[in-house]
Design a protein around this ligand. Sequence first.
Ligand code: ADP
Length: 171
Amino acid sequence: MKRSVSKKDVLQVCTGDITRLAVDAIVNAANNSLLGGSGVDGAIHRAAGPRLLALTRTMGGCPTGQARITPGFDLPARWIIHTVGPVWHGGGQGEAALLRSAYESCLTLAVEYRLRSIAFPAISTGVYGYPFAEAAEIAVRTAWGFTSDLDTIIFCCFREQDAAFINLAPI
Ligand code: ADP
């Protein structure tokens, strides 16, 4: 995996499969059911093993913009923070506020659980259709608000070309 490090070293970008990262928590771009799906959600459920679905079946889902935490089970990461980003409908339906809320909810849970390192996929930018550059700006701006609380916040890009859209400078 390639990494680039920001001045403050807390914010980082990497490319590759988030399920391989040995951080305190990886974030899952889940859907409202929390029962697994396509993209990163499917990859996380496959890598965490069947105990994850057995637990999320009991959790009653998650509203868009909120987050829930589970163990990482078979993953190298200790925890999975599941969040639900908005579906992109053109930008006029509160998508930006919901995406910010998704990132904020994950980071708040990480602080509550006294975690030091967290890795995010690019929430909502796959099947949910959020334009990548706009989503990345929200991700970075929200994460800067938590750089005093965590040691490492990684933005993990599955597609190598996506990493170029992430500007870690404070906005
Ligand atoms: P959403 O429904 O929130 O759009 P997707 O899983 O379809 O979620 O896509 C979100 C992002 O996750 C996309 O940028 C996609 O390239 C990326 N992605 C897919 N698989 C992985 C993976 N294994 N690790 C990291 N990122 C991934």
